[in-house]
Design a binder for this molecule. Structure first.
Ligand code: MEV
Length: 309
């Protein structure tokens, strides 16, 4: 049996714009997906025939696998379709387990392959989620190379430089709306806005500038400015059509208790993220408003491989 686990993530700044090569900042969180794989006489997933599985991500990973039949087991604590990187955690952990079985598991290679899987399934993606899940900690993606550069990823003329960065101790609360959202659909939706209107392209540029400022505010440990930029990022994402009433109905009631709050991930449902000094109070308010709240801490491990064959 070869096993691997990988964390979910939230995006602090820059989702969607990062698909167009702009910068982003993401953090791995303490919710993980575990995958075990074992050679077998037929393909099964959680003891059922693999053919019954509906996940496009699993299908795409298995399309790339030519190592013979397997029993696969998946256990995930990352809520699906919630903007918290469940598909990246699954893809990174599953590729980690498969490549361990072949004794070729190496983080950079797995992160690249996981990005390719997401790109194929979603018809467009950035390496933010998959690199963050692989590396753990806080990750800064940018056009330029900076200190603590880890690797770069290129696709269709775009280049993303991946960095591990230090961030101050911060308390974040995730609020899950319960409205499921598809990253593929939301990337396509925003893509239509960006393709059709110069306004959409201007918003992408604005988000890019905001992320750079967010990076500087993080370096200074300036929570007030980080919060303001989170709020602005949410407004800009709303202009692109990425927010929805379920997200706004969790953000509005907590505004006076947080430095800032925004949707996180693809939007259109999914989750919000709030930066606050009063995480319990904010979590209670989110629950009162019908959301599911989690006080999250940063996962420092990233992809963990445990090859016990
Ligand atoms: C999804 O978590 C983040 C998006 O920017 C898509 C991506 O970067 O692949 C919406």
């Amino acid at each position: 049996m070869s096993t691997a686990s990988a964390p979910g993530k939230f995006i602090l700044f820059g989702e969607h714009a990062v698909v167009y090569g702009k910068p982003a900042i993401a953090m791995a969180i303490d919710m993980r997906t575990e995958v075990g794989v074992e050679r077998s006489s037929s393909f099964t997933l959680d003891r059922r025939p693999l053919g019954e599985n509906r996940s496009y991500y699993i299908r795409e990973i298995m399309r790339r696998w030519n190592g013979g039949p397997l029993d696969i087991e998946i256990y995930s604590r990352v809520p699906p379709s919630s903007g918290l990187g469940s598909s990246a955690a699954l893809t990174v952990a599953m590729l980690g387990a498969l490549r361990s079985l072949e004794s070729v598991a190496e983080k950079e290679r797995i992160a690249r392959e996981a990005f390719d899987v997401e790109y194929t399934v979603q018809g467009g993606a950035s390496p933010t989620d998959t690199s963050t899940s692989t590396l753990g900690g806080a990750v800064f993606i940018s056009e330029k190379k900076e200190d603590n550069f880890r690797w770069s990823v290129e696709k269709k003329g775009k280049i993303w430089n991946i960095h591990s960065i230090d961030v101050p101790e911060m308390s974040f609360v995730v609020g899950i709306t319960g409205a499921r959202s598809s990253t593929k659909d939301m990337v396509e939706k925003v893509g239509r806005v960006v393709k059709r209107s110069p306004f959409g392209r201007d918003v992408i540029e604005e988000i890019g500038k905001l992320v750079e400022e967010g990076r500087r505010a993080l370096k200074r440990g300036d929570f007030v400015r980080i919060g303001e930029l989170m709020n602005e990022n949410h407004e800009l994402l709303s202009l692109l059509g990425a927010s929805c009433k379920e997200l706004d109905s969790l953000i509005t009631p907590i505004k006076d208790k947080v430095y800032g709050a925004k949707l996180t991930g693809a939007g259109g449902g999914g989750s919000i993220i709030a930066l606050t000094d009063e995480p319990e109070r904010v979590a209670r308010k989110i629950e009162q408003k019908g959301g599911r709240a989690h006080i999250v801490s940063v996962d420092r491990k990233g992809l963990a491989l445990d090859d016990a064959e």
